[in-house]
Design a protein around this ligand. Structure first.
Ligand SMILES: Cc1cc2nc3c(=O)[nH]c(=O)nc-3n(C[C@H](O)[C@H](O)[C@H](O)COP(=O)(O)OP(=O)(O)OC[C@H]3O[C@@H](n4cnc5c(N)ncnc54)[C@H](O)[C@@H]3O)c2cc1C
Length: 383
């Protein structure tokens, strides 16, 4: 394969080592986790042991202080396991639930929680969505009322990844009045009395990852667990959103990449009318379309990553990458199933799983419609 000059030699060496680890220790377990509806918790300890959970975080807390390109290499190689649900669970730990803590949390809070997350000892969830509020996250109702040194938390969260096994929920709670200026971020440990998992949710895809409804009933949480300042939870959350969307973009173009690779393999081996499927132009043009769209999406994500590494604001670019890549993943996986014919509809073929898994990415982590609103706002065009 030609060298990609977006990455340097250090990135290439890191890629090789992650690839070997994934082939040996993750890929062989995906079918079992898909069947079970969740990964084994112990894999997070292993990822922590290998220093893979804190790539971009400061060394002070056990991280590697690496650039975002290093995270991209990690996401790309981890996705090669073919169990994108599991990959999403890891991303929740590294790029969705902990960035706000790293960005806005106190030194003490980071020492206690971020260090544990990086070692794989504390499994994290991010709790934003509620049964009645998804895209309209600024309206969430879960309430945290200050009482002495504690907050009394009451409410519920919906669709929470890692929810059945998490040790800590980085939870958006209402501490003030209505709207985004009345919410805070609070770390809630799941062994706190009053916390419970309402139910594990059955879903269309991403079966190697658990998703749960969480309930808080008079849950007393120390006030020191507040991430950043009271009523500035949205500010803290925004500090991590770029990484969340970028990782979502990577997960999407990698799902598409795997589907394309499977299609090439299948269309080369399968013959009909005495010829390989690959010789039919209508099919090989589908592959050319896939390759072109994936390359465009990937370069959009790489461009946003370069801006991030250069310390530039890239809210618009990460939203474009997340929107474009999650939509292209659906198109590519749909064509991949078509190229596989009836076999593409069968559980034992990877494209069947990818088709179901990638359907999530234009919904979770901010829908495509919401990404478009962000893009317009960044262009100064919001109506
Ligand atoms: C498997 C899975 C895992 C998830 N993991 C997590 C997690 O770990 N933590 C977490 O907090 N959440 C999680 N989510 C929730 C996810 O982020 C939300 O589903 C998503 O933000 C959309 O919210 P909603 O489902 O309530 O849809 P709604 O907000 O009700 O939207 C329904 C439709 O209306 C559209 N819409 C809404 N508002 C507008 C608007 N202003 N303009 C145009 N269109 C609009 C949406 O784009 C969508 O098409 C997960 C979801 C799933 C399915």
């Amino acid at each position: 394969m030609a060298k990609d000059y977006f990455f340097n030699e250090e990135h290439d060496m890191f890629r090789e080592s992650v690839r070997r680890f994934v082939q040996k220790e993750i890929t062989p377990r995906i079918d079992e986790w898909e069947e079970k509806g969740c990964y084994d918790r112990a894999i997070f300890n292993r990822l922590g042991e290998l220093d893979l959970l804190g790539l971009k975080y400061p060394e002070e807390y056990g991280g590697a202080n690496a650039d975002i390109k290093t995270s991209i290499v990690f996401w790309e190689e981890l996705s090669r396991c073919g169990g994108l649900g599991f990959v999403m669970s890891v991303m929740v730990q590294t790029d969705m639930a902990t960035p706000s803590l790293a960005h806005a949390g106190s030194h003490e809070l980071k020492q206690k929680f971020l260090t544990g997350a990086i070692r794989g000892e504390k499994l994290f969830s991010i709790g934003i969505t509620e049964p009645d509020y998804g895209s309209d996250a600024a309206s969430i109702k879960t309430r945290a009322v200050a009482e002495g040194d504690f907050y009394r938390v009451n409410g519920a969260k919906m669709f929470i990844t890692n929810g059945t096994q998490a040790d800590v929920i980085n939870c958006v709670v209402r501490t003030g009045g209505p709207g985004s200026k009345g919410v805070s971020l609070l770390l809630i440990e799941t062994d706190t009395p009053g916390f419970s998992v309402g139910r594990k949710l059955n879903k269309m895809g991403n079966h190697s990852s658990d998703t749960a409804e969480l309930i808080f009933e008079d849950c007393m949480v120390p006030r020191e667990n507040l991430v950043g300042e009271e009523n500035k939870g949205f500010y803290a959350l925004m500090g991590g959103l770029e990484m969340e969307r970028l990782s979502g973009a990577a997960l999407s173009y990698m799902g598409a990449t795997l589907a394309m690779e499977e299609s090439i393999r299948y269309a080369t081996e399968r013959t009909q009318f005495g010829k390989p499927l690959m010789s039919f132009q209508v099919l090989n043009h589908m592959i050319a379309d896939m390759a072109t769209e994936i390359e465009a999406g990937k370069r959009l994500a790489y461009h946003a990553a370069s801006m991030y590494d250069a310390g530039q604001r890239c809210n618009k670019e990460v939203s474009m990458a997340k929107y474009y890549c999650s939509e292209l993943a659906k198109r590519v996986c749909d064509r991949a199933v078509q190229i596989h014919g009836g076999y593409g509809y069968m559980r034992e073929f990877l494209v069947e799983r990818l088709y179901r898994d990638v359907r999530l990415y234009s919904i979770g982590g901010g829908t495509s419609e919401i990404q478009k609103n962000v893009i317009l706002a960044e262009m100064g065009l919001r109506v």
